[in-house]
Design a protein around this ligand. Sequence first.
Ligand code: NAG
Ligand code: NAG
Ligand code: NAG
Length: 237
Amino acid sequence: MFKFLLALGLASLLKLVSAQTISGQYDCMPAGDYTLCQNLWGESAGVGGQNSTLISTNGNAVSWQTNWTWADAPNNVKSCQYSYRLGTIQSAPTAWNWTYVTESEGIRADVSYDIWFGKAQSGTAASSASSYEIMIWLSGQGGIQPVGSQILSGLNIAGNTWNLWSGPNANWQVLSFVISSGEVRNFNADLNEFFQYLIESQGVASTQYLQAIQVGTEPFVGSASLLTESFSVSVSV
Ligand SMILES: *[C@@H]1O[C@H](CO)[C@@H](O)[C@H](O)[C@H]1NC(C)=O
Ligand SMILES: *[C@@H]1O[C@H](CO)[C@@H](O)[C@H](O)[C@H]1NC(C)=O
Ligand SMILES: *[C@@H]1O[C@H](CO)[C@@H](O)[C@H](O)[C@H]1NC(C)=O
C-alpha cells in the first residue's frame, strides 16, 4: 500500500515537472502565492535561450529551476504586488535557498532580489510609478556590477556584510546591496532591516510604498541551471 502511494506521488511529480516549463520571452505561470515569469527583456540583444520549470509549491514557499544559455539577457521571477507604506512595515521575513546545479566555465550572472518602491500605493515594477529599485545581490559572478557606483562598503545588515551601490535608471534610483565576498546560497533575513536602513541612512522617505518584490537571476554570458530549492517572503504591517 505504502509503495503504491509513493509511486503515485512520484508519477504525479514527474508529470508536474514536464507539464510546467515555460520558454517564451514573457511567459508567466501561477506558482502558488507567486507568479513565475521569464521576463527576457534583453532577449533580442542576446543569443541563446532559457527555460523555467516550476517544481513545487508548499504553503507560501515555491521551488523552481531556470536553465539558461545566454550571450546577454536577464530574467526575473515575480512575487506578489504589495501596497504598504515603508514606515508601517513591521517585518518582511524571507528565505531563499538556491544552488547552481550545472554551471559553465566563466559565467557572468547575478542572483538577486529586485524590490520596487514608489509614491503611489500600487505600481508595476520598472514603470512610471517607480521611485526606487532596491537590489540585494546574493551572488555576482564574472565581474558584473550593479547600476551606478559603489558608495559604501562593509555594511552589516541582516547577518551579512554588503557593499552599497547607487545610480539612476530611467525615472527611478537604483540602490544595490552586493554581498561583500562570496555568495549566500541559503539566505534567511528580514527585508525590513534593509528598508529601515534605507529610511534612516539613505534618505528614502518612510511614506514610500513597497510595490513589488521580485527575485531571480540576471544571466549575461554562459550557461547554467539555477535551482531554487525553496523561496518565500511575507510582509507584515
Ligand atoms: C534543466 O537542467 C537540468 C540539469 O542539467 C536538467 O535536469 C533539466 O531537465 C533541465 N530542464 C529543462 C526544462 O530542460
Ligand atoms: C528550452 O526549451 C526549449 C524547448 O524544449 C529547448 O529548445 C531549449 O534548448 C531549452 N533551452 C535551454 C537553455 O535549456
Ligand atoms: C537548503 O535547505 C536545506 C534544508 O534546510 C539544506 O539541507 C540545504 O543544504 C540547503 N541548500 C542550500 C543550497 O543552501
